[in-house]
Design a protein around this ligand. Structure first.
Ligand code: ADP
Ligand code: RBF
Ligand code: MG
Length: 152
């Protein structure tokens, strides 16, 4: 799995349950089930870090959750990206591109919402530090983020 990374994905940002912002205070831009289905099997469920942009804009650090969110027992697999950037408006319908570089940990269940939030905040700090390495920095300027915007 690890040696198949980075994986590039892109697609329209769709609506989920709305819990990321309201319950966790950590919004995640969700990709559609059609795009999720096209991702390679080697992208096993879990929490990853990488780079992302919206409508070919600036490329930001991101963390992405791939799977069924065991804390919520979701019925459908989701791929949800939290961008480390404050956007002024919502992003529904816009095109998200992500370059998934590294694996952080498996998805877990938690005893409380607070425990989930604390772990996600720790993932974000870990990701920020890892993305500062010269090797990971190179991928921030990948041609992929500048190329044609299409629903792929
Ligand atoms: P949903 O369940 O519909 O995905 P969330 O509560 O997870 O809703 O919030 C995600 C939405 O918040 C995104 O689709 C996007 O429109 C918006 N958003 C604002 N800032 C960010 C960010 N930094 N990262 C990801 N999404 C963001
Ligand atoms: N959901 C889980 O049920 N277990 C997890 O371990 C988990 N880790 C996450 C880590 C990150 C970095 C992010 C962005 C999300 C994670 N989620 C996890 C998903 C979270 O439950 C989901 O984003 C919200 O429910 C909003 O859809
Ligand atoms: Mg979301």
């Amino acid at each position: 799995m690890i040696n198949q990374l980075p994986i590039y994905a892109c697609g329209e940002i769709v609506r989920g349950f709305g819990r990321g912002s309201k319950e966790l205070g950590i919004p995640t831009a969700n990709l559609s089930r059609e795009v999720v289905k096209t991702l390679p099997d080697c992208l096993q469920t879990g929490i990853y870090y990488g780079w992302g942009n919206v409508d070919n804009g600036d490329v930001h650090k991101m963390v992405v959750s791939v799977g069924w969110n065991p804390f919520y027992s979701n019925k459908e697999k989701s791929v949800e990206t939290h961008m480390m950037h404050n956007f002024d408006c919502d992003l529904y319908g816009r095109i998200l591109k992500v370059c998934i570089i590294g694996y952080l940990r498996p998805e877990k269940d938690f005893v409380s919402l607070d425990a989930l939030i604390t772990t996600i905040k720790s993932d974000i700090e870990t990701a920020k530090a890892l993305l500062d390495s010269p090797e990971n920095q190179k991928l921030q300027s990948a041609e992929f983020f500048k190329g044609e915007i299409k629903k792929c």
